[in-house]
Design a binder for this molecule. Structure first.
Ligand code: MG
Length: 376
């Protein structure tokens, strides 16, 4: 007798049949895993993927990896981990409202930034340069390496043995053409949620850290409209409360826009299943009007925040340290941990050094630099 029969609860497939839209990806249609596994008594395959990602060490290390700002700047701003949780939360909200597969969406969201090396995109550029003659480095590709090779869930298998749907979601992040067809709606949704999330929290962090004022951000139509709506809602706001209210408004307006835009199209198109939806020209996104406003905000963020002299200096220093560490290990492979010395025999020395460095938190990378380079 199954657990559900004994307890009168629903199986995962029964829940999905009741709750999901026809165009959602269903667990029962999953292509499964590279290494077949027996079904779990009460968790569906995408719930299991979510749990595997949540419990893996690369996921926990996201807490020590920067999003935009390093911990030199205090502890208010987002890390790669808190960014990931915000993406997952927003993605689940949208997913539930559109009746897509929330478990799959959550797994994809927890996965989406797992391959970031220390020091964000600066670290990525440094490693890409170090590996220029050995295939380069991309955080999206490295996310797959983590899930398929570096993490070990089971003694007998390398990797987390995730479902093909979750792996495919990350594969298209690394290479848009890799699958030969468009990604599932759940994958598109996580991409949209990622953009909603960073546009809102980068405004929050930049204002809180005194890089840009809210009034300066009001040069962009997206923030200007949020400020207007918040001020019109009445009440007096301290600087802090105004910033928070504007950020909530930015999230809310973007999520509502994604929902309204996507729900209307989905109801008109009446896709019979997930495959039909991905073969169509429909994409989950914000409306064209909001897309334009987001682009203006992103251009502003790029100029005024990401290119801020202090951040540029910090990134330059981080890149220099990563490159120096890379050269150090290339010259002295005996200094690599056993695991990466062994891995060098399979994937080559340079790739193995890259994999080792990319897995580090910002702080660990700094400590190792001090230890090996500054005082060898
Ligand atoms: Mg992200």
């Amino acid at each position: 007798m199954t657990l559900q029969a004994k307890t009168g609860t629903l199986t995962n497939d029964e829940r999905e049949r009741l709750l999901l839209a026809p165009f959602a990806m269903r667990s029962c249609d999953s292509r499964g895993r590279r290494h077949a596994e027996a079904e779990h008594p009460y968790r569906g395959p995408f719930q299991r993927d979510r749990d595997r990602l949540l419990h893996c060490s690369a996921f926990r290390r996201l807490s020590g990896k920067m999003q935009v700002f390093t911990d030199e700047r205090g502890d208010y701003h987002r890390t790669r981990l808190t960014h990931t949780h915000e993406v997952a939360s927003i993605a689940r909200t949208i997913s539930r409202a559109l009746r897509l597969n929330e478990d799959l969406v959550e797994a994809l969201a927890l996965f989406h930034d797992i391959g970031h090396p220390p020091f964000g995109h600066a670290g990525e550029d440094a490693l890409d340069e170090c590996l220029r003659d050995h295939g380069g480095f991309s955080h999206n590709q490295y996310g797959l390496t983590i899930a398929e090779e570096l993490e070990s869930r089971y003694h007998e298998l390398p990797g987390l043995n995730l479902t093909f749907e979750v792996l495919d979601g990350q594969t298209v992040r690394a290479n848009k053409q890799a699958l030969g067809l468009e990604p599932l709606l759940e994958v598109q949704l996580v991409d949209a949620a990622d953009s909603v999330t960073y546009d809102a929290h980068d405004v929050d962090d930049a204002v809180k850290l005194d890089l840009v004022t809210l009034d300066e951000f009001a040069e962009t139509p997206l923030v200007r409209e949020s400020l207007r709506q918040v001020r019109e809602s009445g009440g007096s706001f301290s600087v802090d409360r105004l910033r928070k209210a504007v950020v909530y408004n930015l999230i809310d307006r973007q999520v509502t826009d994604v929902l309204e835009h996507s729900a209307m199209e989905l109801s008109q198109r009446q896709f019979a299943d997930a495959h039909e939806a991905r073969e169509s020209s429909f994409r989950i996104s914000v409306s064209p009007a909001l897309t334009e406003q987001k682009q203006e905000l992103e251009a502003f963020l790029y100029e005024r925040v990401y290119r801020h002299p202090e951040l540029v200096r910090m990134r330059g220093e981080a890149q220099r340290r990563l490159s120096r560490l890379f050269a150090e290990f290339a010259e002295r492979p005996d200094r690599l941990p056993d695991r990466y010395r062994q891995r060098a025999e399979e994937v080559g020395l340079h790739r193995s050094i890259g994999d080792y460095l990319a897995g580090m938190t910002d702080r660990y990378c700094d400590q190792l630099y001090m230890q090996l380079v500054t005082s060898p």
